[in-house]
Design a protein around this ligand. Structure first.
Ligand code: ADP
Ligand code: ADP
Ligand code: MG
Length: 447
């Protein structure tokens, strides 16, 4: 592996370019019409225009990406998150073109990217799953399955992601109505109408475990993250480690994630997501077969360079450390700064970023793909930056978070900064007493 094509944009493209250069690799950036003058284009060794601004014409156009790799002599592709990162078809196209895909095998993406198939794998690995069903084909099957599962249930698209493709259902009548709509939506959004049912678990925390597997069969974890602060099933604040977790719970949830990764012969970086109930029971919900947005908080508390490890593993090298080498040191919190207006139902707020003054200092890391003067277009995700604040303990990490928010100046577009300023002082968050519905209950007008 010598030259990596970065098949993504924004902060994760910058993150990958940095890791690749630090590993002595060359990089190729790609950009759409909208992103010609972007930061990642300037940082990469070379850059290739791949199409129009709409994602379907550029960052989702696998043929254009293969061609960009061929014309620049890239021998590997890093997909980042979102876009093509969890599409087995794209991974196969890259492999067929002789490119190393920085991620798991096509068949692993196929299995673990399908939430219903992933539940079966978890069962085989003796990892507890949320009570639910297999795929349900029609209303009669769904109604019969729901009798066993128990209302309220969630109708989930097997191919869903990014908080989309999940619908809560309270009763038989509602299920009969929602099922066909959910199938139609899944077909158009994910080109796959497979749906299944899960019991809706109230008051739970979202706990996820970062794992790394290599070609030699080593599987290690770098502990867990708590991503319970969500709106519409999308994460806004994440923490590592999960606050207040009993030592036995931490050990068993981390072990369960490793067991599942071993079961499927996982190679690469991945995240195993769970719901943790107040009584300490946990249930697998899904696996993300890619690097995640919130990976830096794990890096902050373990010192592991997760993107660097992804590149090593893809090049055929073993993970650079063993399980016994990894310890949690201190605590870290990530705040997602999105171009969204928290006072207006979090509506996206594209516009010109007239000012972007970033905070700094010990324990403050800012990952962003933008500079002042850039335009935040309507075409892609609304995330502008991530603030990753860490310290010797949780209070110190939060204090640095408050200071970082005080220094941060974003002008030109409304952002989630004002919400974060408020949330860091919320008593429930300070004590770690949050669950996945906490934010929506706190901001009832936001949904
Ligand atoms: P993470 O689990 O890393 O926090 P998110 O769920 O926030 O990931 O998703 C990461 C990015 O990928 C977001 O930009 C999200 O919109 C996008 N994404 C994830 N899965 C899908 C999917 N199936 N379809 C479309 N976009 C997706
Ligand atoms: P996605 O692929 O969109 O990330 P997930 O299955 O990971 O979908 O679920 C996203 C979020 O939805 C979870 O973090 C949690 O807040 C909520 N959720 C998912 N499954 C359940 C469930 N069975 N009960 C309650 N909430 C759930
Ligand atoms: Mg998820």
């Amino acid at each position: 592996m010598r030259r990596v094509l970065v098949a993504n944009r924004g902060e994760i493209a910058v993150r990958i370019i940095r890791a690749a250069h630090a590993a002595g690799l060359e990089t190729v950036a790609v950009y759409s019409d909208a992103d010609e003058h972007s930061r990642w284009v300037q940082l990469a060794g070379t850059a290739v225009h791949i199409g129009k601004s709409a994602a379907a014409k550029s960052y989702l156009n696998s043929a254009a990406l293969v061609e960009a790799a061929e014309t620049t002599g890239a021998d590997a592709v890093h997909p980042g998150y979102g876009f093509l990162s969890e599409r087995p078809g794209a991974a196969k196209e890259f492999a067929d073109a002789g490119l190393t895909f920085v991620g798991p095998s096509v068949s692993t993406i196929e299995t673990m990217g399908d939430k219903a198939a992933a539940r079966d794998a978890a069962k085989r690995a003796d990892v507890p799953i949320v009570p639910g069903s297999g795929p349900v084909g029609d209303v009669d099957e769904a109604l019969a399955a729901a009798e066993h599962v128990g209302y309220p249930v969630l109708v989930k698209a097997a191919a869903g992601g990014g908080g989309r493709g999940i619908r809560p259902v309270a009763s038989r009548e509602e299920l009969a109505e929602v099922l066909p709509a959910a199938q139609a939506e899944a077909r158009s959004a994910f080109s796959d109408d497979t749906v299944y049912l899960e019991r809706a678990i109230d008051g739970a925390r979202h706990i996820e475990v970062q794992i790394l597997g290599d070609h030699a069969g080593n599987v290690v974890h770098t502990f867990e993250r708590d991503c319970s602060v969500q709106r519409r099933r999308q994460k806004l604040i994440e923490e590592a480690p999960a606050p207040g977790l009993a030592a036995e719970t931490r050990a068993s949830i981390n072990e369960a994630a490793v067991r599942l990764a071993r079961q499927v012969g996982y190679v690469g970086a991945g995240t195993v997501e769970f719901l943790l109930t107040p009584s300490g029971e946990f249930f697998f919900i899904e696996m993300n077969t890619r690097i995640q947005v919130e990976h830096p908080i794990s890096e902050a508390v373990t010192g592991v360079d997760l993107v660097g490890e992804q590149l090593r593993i893809a090049a055929g090298e073993p993970v650079s450390f063993s399980q016994d080498d990894v310890r949690i040191r201190g605590a870290a919190v990530e705040l997602r700064i999105n171009a969204e207006d928290p006072d207006n139902g979090f509506r996206p707020t594209p516009g010109d970023l007239s000012r972007l003054d970033l905070p700094g200092g010990p324990g403050v890391r800012v990952d962003t793909g933008f500079v002042a003067g850039d335009r935040i277009g309507p075409f892609y995700d609304s995330m502008i930056a991530k603030l990753i604040c860490s310290g010797p303990d949780r209070d110190a990490a939060f204090a640095r978070g408050r200071q970082a928010l005080a220094e941060l100046r974003v002008e030109g577009v409304p952002t989630t900064v004002s919400m974060h300023r408020r949330l860091l002082d919320e008593p429930d968050l300070r004590t770690g007493a949050v669950h996945t519905k906490w934010l929506e209950e706190l901001l009832p007008d936001s949904t």
